[in-house]
Structure formats: structure tokens, C-alpha cells
Design a protein around this ligand. Structure first.
Ligand SMILES: Cc1ncc(COP(=O)(O)O)c(C=O)c1O
Length: 408
């Protein structure tokens, strides 16, 4: 067996199931899950119709590069969304959802023969980054997000030696679970660090289309390609962006996304993917062309989230340390007094049959003393995914209010 498999950590949902195995929630209250971040709004008809229309295309193997029409549709979307022109021939690849691509990219980029090969991850973070790093033969290092600075990563806490060993940096903007969007100044700093130390940046942007405010100060989340272009990095050197249809178009079951950026990295990734056998099926390619070419369903989807958050926030704000995020569909809420969130979430499930995810399960303990942030940046926080219909989310919020009042 591959010994690296033994280094993987149990997935947070698995750990949470273990931690709640002994709980029997009240049978009289319908279960409500705010635990899993799986979109639950309806898939647009235009995507389903495109799937049906594409069914005759199954009789041939697809290429790993994808149909030119798909890469052109993606380039068109990137142009409209970010004002960035990409070469569909060399700077874009279709992927089967961003998860597999985020994983596979580390296998392409990491050189485990270098001493101390390191992958730097945000903390809290999407668990795939860690598994990807470990199975690529690298070690992980973490950068805590700082609640006092709108959950910005504490880059100052990374020492020079760690930067020197870093081969790959994962960025998640908008962030899961914090919902924070990284501003241009921070991108500039990371690009400078990447130039100095030679690491690659994988920018996970799968929540880019779910945001809550409009206008010049708070427009759509800044994309990494957009940031690179604004800073004159026209070749996107050492940068690849990961974008997905799952959340944008409510098709987590379709498994469709794309990567875009540095042509040299895309070329290496294409080579890896050819051997890995991860070409996108022709039906999914056709459905994806329909999805990337339409924006009306994305606007409507965003409106559903906005309306939902607008109704839920006034209920939760008085009882939890929580604010409307920049983007994504999570609330990363602090408990009053920063209590033990595992005990808190167990109590909520036991008394009110509402599932939330304790913050510690989404983060790792940070080594060394750090007085500004707790040892584990998830401590004292819970993640709530507002993916269920609005009535269900409101009912969950009311139960949380009753629960917190009962704890006083
Ligand atoms: C931060 C983040 N990145 C990537 C993904 C993967 O999404 P998909 O593989 O559906 O594109 C998820 C899914 O929940 C996520 O939360």
C-alpha cells in the first residue's frame, strides 16, 4: 500500500458523525442540516435540456483538452466576468469539478525530492488541499485567518524558511468557511512572494458567483486572474485559478469546472491529466457550454441566497458573533464568550435537531505560541451552510435562538 495514505486525516463530516454517534435528537423536531455545503437550489432547465440534447454524443472518446467550443465558452465567461482575455488554446482546461482538479494539481506541481517540500494552506481550509499535499509527498504548513482583520490570512506569521520550502500555495477566495474575499493589495504581496520564492499559487474560486453586495466598494469578488492582469502580470506566471459550475449553476452532480492561467502550468497539468484519464465526458461538456453561456440563472440564484441571508441574519446577529460575509453561502459564527463549539454543536443537535459543523473540524492546530489567535482558528466557531430552502433556514435560526437563550 502507498504509505502516504496513512497520513490522511479523517474528513470533517466523518469526525462529526463519530462525535455525535451517541446523540438521539428529539424525534418531534424535523432534522435540519446546516452542515454540508451542498447547493440545494434547483438546477436550471437549460442545463438539463442541454444534457438531453447531447446524449447522441456518447459514441466517441472525449479529449482531455476538451472541445474548442467549451474552452471558447469559458473564455467568453472569463472575459465578461473579469474583463480578462484568455487564449482558449493554451490557458484553459476543463476539469471534472474543482475538487479533483485541486487535488490533481498538487500531484502535477510538487517535487517531493526537494527537502521539506511544503504546501501552504489557509486555516481553516477546504480539506482537499491537505490531502492533495500529503499524497503528493509534501508536508503542509498553515496560515491562520484572523477574525480581527476580516479573516485575512496572517502572512506575517510565515517565516522565511517556510516560504523558501513552499512549492504550492492554496488560496480560497471567497473563502470556505469565512466568506472573505482577498483584496488586490494582498494579491500583490503574494505575487511578490511567489516571484521571490518560486512557488505556484492555486486559487480556489468556486464561490465567486454567490455574493451579497453590489456597487464599487463591494462589487463581484475579485478573481485572481483579474488581480494578476490589474498588476500587469499578463502571463499569469505561477498562477492557476480554479472555477466551478457546482455552486454557480446548482449542478454539484454534473462535475464541471475549469482551470485557467499560466500556460506552462496548464501544459504540464494537461500532460498529467492525459495519463490520469480525467477527460470531461461529452454530455457534461455540452451542458457546461450552456451553463457558462447563460448569466440569467446565476443572477436568479444569487438573489435567492441574498433573500435568504437577509432574513436569517437579523435572527442570528443578536445571539452569535456573526456578520454578513462578502460571498459564499456560509456563516462562520463565533459563539458568545468563545465557548467550546463541539459541546455547543452537540447540544444543538441533541436539543433542537439542527446540525452545524464545529469550527475545529475545519482547521488544524497551529504550532507555537500565538497570542493574537487561538491555537486552532476554528475554536469557538461554527460553520453554517445556508443551502436549504429559506423556510428551513429560518426555522433553524429560530431553534438556534431558543437554544442560545436556554444556555444563558
Ligand atoms: C472551497 C471549496 N473548493 C472546492 C470545492 C469543490 O467543488 P466542486 O468539486 O463541486 O467544484 C468545494 C466544495 O464544497 C469547496 O467548498
Amino acid at each position: 500500500m502507498n504509505p502516504l495514505l496513512a497520513r490522511l486525516h479523517p474528513y470533517p463530516f466523518e469526525r462529526w458523525r463519530e462525535l455525535t454517534r451517541d446523540i438521539a435528537p428529539p424525534a418531534g423536531l424535523a432534522p435540519i442540516s446546516l452542515g454540508i455545503g451542498e447547493p440545494r437550489h434547483a438546477t436550471p432547465a437549460l442545463i438539463e435540456e442541454a444534457i438531453v440534447a447531447a446524449l447522441p454524443g456518447l459514441a466517441s472518446y472525449p479529449s482531455t483538452l476538451g472541445e474548442p467550443a467549451l474552452r471558447e465558452a469559458i473564455a467568453g465567461w472569463v472575459q465578461r466576468r473579469y474583463g480578462v482575455t484568455l487564449d482558449p488554446g493554451t490557458q484553459i482546461l476543463p476539469v471534472n469539478g474543482s475538487r479533483e482538479a485541486l487535488f490533481a494539481f498538487a500531484q502535477t506541481v510538487i517535487d517531493p525530492t526537494q527537502p521539506g517540500a511544503t504546501v501552504l494552506c489557509p486555516n481553516p481550509f477546504y480539506q482537499i488541499y491537505e490531502g492533495a499535499a500529503l499524497l503528493a509527498g509534501a508536508r503542509t504548513a498553515f496560515v491562520a485567518s484572523d477574525p480581527a482583520r476580516h479573516f485575512a490570512a496572517d502572512w506575517d506569521a510565515v517565516d522565511e524558511a517556510t516560504w523558501g520550502r513552499t512549492q504550492l500555495l492554496y488560496i480560497c477566495s471567497p473563502g470556505n468557511p469565512t466568506g472573505a474575499v482577498m483584496p488586490l493589495a494582498e494579491w500583490q504581496r503574494l505575487f511578490e512572494l511567489s516571484d521571490r520564492h518560486g512557488f505556484v499559487i492555486a486559487s480556489d474560486e468556486c464561490y465567486s458567483e454567490i455574493y451579497f453586495r453590489d456597487g464599487p466598494a463591494h462589487g463581484p469578488p475579485l478573481g485572481s486572474l483579474q488581480a494578476a492582469r490589474a498588476l500587469g502580470r499578463d502571463d499569469f506566471r505561477n498562477l492557476v485559478a480554479f472555477t466551478s459550475l457546482s455552486k454557480r449553476s446548482n449542478v454539484p452532480g454534473l462535475r464541471s469546472g475549469f482551470v485557467a492561467g499560466d500556460a506552462a502550468l496548464i501544459k504540464a497539468f494537461l500532460l498529467y491529466r492525459t495519463y490520469h484519464g480525467s477527460a470531461m465526458g461529452p454530455v457534461v461538456q455540452r451542458a457546461s457550454i450552456a451553463a457558462w453561456s447563460d448569466e440569467a440563472h446565476v443572477v436568479a440564484n444569487r438573489e435567492l441566497y441574498r433573500a435568504k441571508f437577509a432574513q436569517v441574519m437579523p435572527l442570528l446577529e443578536p445571539v452569535l458573533d456573526v456578520a454578513l460575509p462578502d460571498a459564499a453561502f456560509y456563516l462562520w459564527a463565533g459563539l458568545p464568550g468563545g465557548g467550546d463549539e463541539i459541546a455547543w454543536a452537540r447540544g444543538l443537535l441533541a436539543q433542537y435537531n439542527v446540525n452545524v459543523l464545529p469550527g475545529r473540524l475545519l482547521a488544524r492546530d497551529m504550532p507555537g505560541p500565538n497570542t493574537a489567535t487561538p491555537a486552532n482558528p476554528g475554536q469557538g466557531r461554527i460553520r453554517m451552510a445556508l443551502v436549504a430552502p429559506v423556510a428551513e433556514c429560518l426555522e433553524a435560526a429560530r431553534r438556534i435562538v431558543s437554544y442560545t437563550e436556554g444556555l444563558r
